[in-house]
Design a protein around this ligand. Structure first.
Ligand code: 13P
Length: 251
């Protein structure tokens, strides 16, 4: 049985004070982690405030990125070793915004996945096609290529503990959600790719989220699909009320 995972990706939003206000507004009302796991992934500068205010609650903490080296002459980067020391559980890697604006390659993302596991955390690995690729009927092929390259060399156990987020680029921040059937179709294809690369038991364990304009009004339908185990949510995870409604999609 896969535990559903509802994760917010705050992107470049909120300061430490707003972070504490958010956590104080949600923490007493979050679902039990064994029922629905909740995560907030925040900018690196907000992580100390997020960790401190979320202590003792059901909320898990994630970073939005990290580097693949623990230390050294890498000006401006964030160390996965330090994230782990601080108490971070998850790190988003391969978000389309990082692939597009910061030119991250599958090779970088693969190195980051290995560094995250080496430090005892779990990656939330994002993948997803552009509108152009979808319209050319190449979406599945494209996403499968990303998954193969990003998971290269990971052990079966590591992949079982990976969260994969399918986020079609055309649905991010656009209000244009993939239909639940489109999302399910790709999440199923991703699971099949994992089964081909590893085996059925790994494919059964890996959690696959959908991301792209998920909101309280559509979360239930999306989460009703067999191969969708969670959501990675931007805009609708910024307000406490809306995040709580997402977290309680089962109610
Ligand atoms: P929105 O929910 O704002 O569309 O963002 C999705 C996303 O990119 C989450 O990582």
């Amino acid at each position: 049985m896969r535990t559903p995972i509802i994760a917010g990706n705050w992107k470049l939003n909120k300061n430490p004070q707003e972070t504490v206000e958010f956590v104080n507004a949600v923490k007493a009302e979050l679902p039990n982690s064994s029922d629905v796991e909740t995560v907030i992934c925040a900018p690196a500068v907000d992580l100390p405030a997020l960790l401190e205010s979320a202590k003792g609650s059901e909320l898990h903490v994630g970073a939005e990125n990290c580097y693949f080296e623990n230390e050294g002459a890498y000006t401006g980067e964030t160390s996965p070793m330090v994230l782990k020391d601080m108490g971070v559980d998850y790190v988003i890697i391969g978000h389309s915004e990082r692939r597009e604006y910061f030119h991250e390659t599958d090779e970088d993302i693969n190195k980051k996945a290995k560094a995250i596991f080496a430090n005892g955390m779990k990656p939330i690995l994002c993948c997803g096609e552009s509108l152009e690729t979808r319209e050319a009927n190449k979406a599945e092929e494209f996403v499968e290529g990303q998954i193969k390259a990003d998971l290269e060399g990971l052990t079966a156990e590591q992949v079982s503990n990976t969260v994969i987020a399918y986020e079609p680029i055309w649905a991010i921040g656009t209000g244009k959600t993939a239909t639940a059937d489109q999302a399910e179709e790709m999440c199923r294809a991703i699971r099949n790719t994992v089964a081909d690369l590893y085996d059925e038991s790994v494919a059964e364990k890996v959690r696959i989220q959908y991301g792209g304009s998920v909101k309280p009004a559509n979360v239930k339908e999306i989460m009703s699909k067999e191969d969708i185990d969670g959501g990675l949510i931007g805009g609708a995870a910024l307000q406490p009320d809306s995040f709580l409604q997402l977290a309680h999609y089962k109610d």
